[in-house]
Design a protein around this ligand. Structure first.
Ligand code: ADP
Length: 643
């Protein structure tokens, strides 16, 4: 790169050392191209001479050919050119650029500013120390300025630069800037920003970007670059309490047992007393081992292996923390969620929640409200759509160690992963733990599942029928139950229509209600399996995610998925309840197969094609499966003994 190429050529070690010693500022630029964002970033890169020489040559010729600035360089072309390079195959559209000056290193995250790109801005802002909000001096504070400010504050960005751009078009007027400054400070007063610096600039002409503007003698503050170079950022991660999530337990031989991971925050020293969470065991640091030898202390960002003075039980995903200021451990929280997927977030649907180092299944128990990012109003909602932000209660299947996001970004954030296709569908920031369920324990009773099952001479399980309406679930389930009854088996059938008359009478047929319907039936099935019964369920259960949830609620071998596979035209012809006729006439909404999807099982345990096989034969096939897998014979019963 041009300005330091001499140093790189003459003294590469000196260059690297100088780089290493410099502090780092991560920032994000918010605003749209029309506000002059590309020009501003291009100007910063160009004036700090951090453009590769070949890029510079291309830029000069492109500017003459395509630019909007006559013979001058069009900086927007530079940034747009860089943008084009990364456009392929990236879903989250954030470009990170690195540059440095003599004083500091910078990483700038450049994100598109439109409303539909909330997720991109959130991705860029989650590690930023500072946000530059670009304001067009002619337009003042707009809805998007408010939106960007809210998201920046939500993500814990502490420093704001209000870059009032295009001052050249407003006669470099002081009044314009003062009005914007006053209005913004009033708007942002509750956002928890540590600093707000208003800087009048012209990205196009270069005023107050690197050099002070001669046209704005009234302005006494720093240039944009001077502010970026001088603002104290003091690494918040290092100042925070010590936390290290354990990535793996390192046990090469019997004499060594260490816990390896990257320190998420704070400092650790040999001799420190620590607490391991979520199990709350204590010990002291015996040594801090690294590839380059042992250390006396290590800080946030370093990858180390810790050995302890006592043998305590710590596994992957646990957190080692300072004993006196440990994180909390809980399985229920209130958190803010930013949704990033086309498929909406449905409360009750199982997702994987990935915290610093741990993947835990869980679900949103309650969407308390959505936040309108433009007006900051709270609105009631049943589900979260792409780019929406909601305040939610979350329940996880096991406890995790965490800090509130406001105190520790690493320990207070999580991503949400779809269980079926493993994509990231949302990010979340934990506000606080919910205490209500933490002192309710599962009651361990002496007469247990295996005792009850032994008495009934059967291996309890759920035969989970899934298929379109009219596919034949109830008909076949009914025959299966009769056959089991004839063999003195203890059964119970949960039927969709019957359950909706009682337990689930408050639920309709929207996606949200369908998810909740199946969640409750899953829980009831689990209780019945615990009672030692063969449970037969007959629900359309259209979504893979919920069937998977029920599978996961139960123990191995207790969930038998029966796919009643009947083409929709055959179901419509049978139409046992007259529902297809009504759906066709537009009298029923959200009817599976019409205006509500059905996700067929990919690997059902039993696959029945009812247009080829009679209901009786389908039932025989199920009984044969149960016999073949030891569900019906006392000898085949393997889940263990009596009381
Ligand atoms: P669901 O419970 O899946 O909504 P039902 O069992 O109530 O479906 O209705 C299925 C209808 O299809 C019944 O009228 C049944 O007699 C008829 N049918 C015809 N062939 C079959 C078959 N091979 N298996 C199951 N049902 C069949």
């Amino acid at each position: 790169m041009s300005h330091q190429s001499d140093l790189i050529a003459d003294d590469i070690k000196g260059y690297l050392k100088a780089q290493e010693a410099k502090s780092m500022l991560r920032f994000i630029t918010c605003g749209s191209v029309d506000d002059g964002k590309s020009t501003l970033i291009g100007r910063l890169l160009y004036d700090s001479k951090m453009i590769f020489e070949d890029q510079l040559a291309a830029l000069e010729s492109d500017s003459k050919r395509l630019g909007t600035q006559g013979d001058e360089i069009d900086f927007a072309l530079l940034v747009d050119g860089l943008a084009a390079e990364r456009e392929q195959g990236i879903t989250i559209d954030v470009a990170y650029r690195f540059f440095s000056t003599d004083k500091r290193k910078f990483i700038v995250a450049d994100t598109p500013g439109h409303e539909q790109y909330t997720r991109n801005m959130a991705t860029g802002a989650s590690t930023a120390d500072l946000a530059i909000l670009l304001i067009d001096a002619r337009k003042g504070i707009l809805t998007q300025t408010r939106r960007h400010s809210y998201i920046a504050s939500l993500l814990g960005v502490k420093n704001i630069v209000l870059a009032v751009n295009k001052m050249d078009l407003m006669d470099y007027s002081e009044d314009v800037v003062n009005t914007i400054d006053t209005e913004y400070r009033e708007f942002a007063k509750d956002f928890g920003f540590r600093t707000i610096e208003t800087i009048p600039v012209s990205a196009l002409k270069g005023d107050n970007i690197i050099t002070k503007s001669a046209a704005m003698a009234w302005y006494a503050g720093p240039t944009l670059m001077a502010h970026l170079e001088d603002i104290p950022v003091g690494d918040a991660r290092q100042a925070a309490d010590f936390r290290m999530p354990v990535q793996w337990v390192n046990r090469p031989n019997l004499d060594f047992r260490g816990f390896s991971g990257t320190i998420a925050s704070g400092t650790v020293r040999v001799g420190d007393t620590i607490k391991a969470l979520p199990n709350a065991q204590e010990s002291r640091i015996k040594s801090i081992v690294t590839y380059d030898g042992d250390l006396d202390e290590a800080v946030a960002g370093e990858a180390v292996t810790l050995t302890l003075e006592d043998e305590i039980d710590i596994s992957r995903g646990d957190v080692i923390a300072s004993k006196d200021t440990p994180p909390e451990a809980a399985d229920q929280f209130e958190a803010k969620i930013i949704w990033m997927a086309d498929q909406p977030m449905l409360p009750g649907r199982p997702y994987i929640f990935k915290t610093v180092n741990k993947m835990v299944p869980g679900h949103v128990t309650d969407l308390k409200h959505k936040v309108n990012v433009n007006t900051l109003e709270h609105t009631a909602a049943k589900q979260l759509e792409l780019n929406e932000i909601g305040v939610c209660n979350i329940a996880l299947d096991s406890r995790i160690a965490f800090d509130p996001y406001g105190e520790n970004r690493e320990m207070g954030s999580f991503i949400i992963i779809d269980r079926i296709n493993n994509t990231t569908v949302g990010v979340g920031m934990i506000d606080f733990a919910l205490r209500r369920a933490s002192n309710i324990h599962w009651q361990a009773l002496d007469v247990n599942k295996s005792a009850r099952a032994t008495m009934k001479l059967q291996k309890p399980a759920v035969l989970w029928f899934t298929g379109l309406s009219g596919s034949g679930k109830s008909t076949i389930a009914n025959i299966v139950e009769q056959r089991l009854y004839a063999r003195n088996r203890h059964t119970y059938t949960l039927d969709g229509d019957n359950v909706r008359h009682g337990l689930n009478q408050d639920l309709g047929f929207t996606d949200v209600d369908r998810v909740e319907n199946i969640r409750r039936v899953g829980e009831v099935s689990k209780l019945m399996v615990d009672a030692g019964l063969m449970v037969i369920t007959s629900f359309i259960s259209p979504f893979r995610a919920e069937r998977r949830m029920v599978h996961d609620l139960l123990e191995d071998g207790e969930f038998i998925e029966v796919f009643v596979d009947t083409p929709i035209d055959v179901c419509a012809e049978r139409d046992p309840k007259g529902l297809y006729k009504k759906a066709k006439a537009g009298e029923i909404k959200n009817f599976t197969g019409f205006d509500s999807p059905y996700e067929a099982p990919e690997r059902a345990h039993i696959h029945l094609k009812t247009d080829e096989v009679s209901a009786e034969d389908c039932a025989d096939k199920i009984i044969a499966y149960l016999e073949g897998h030891g569900y019906l014979s006392a000898e085949g019963f393997t889940s263990g003994g009596g009381i």
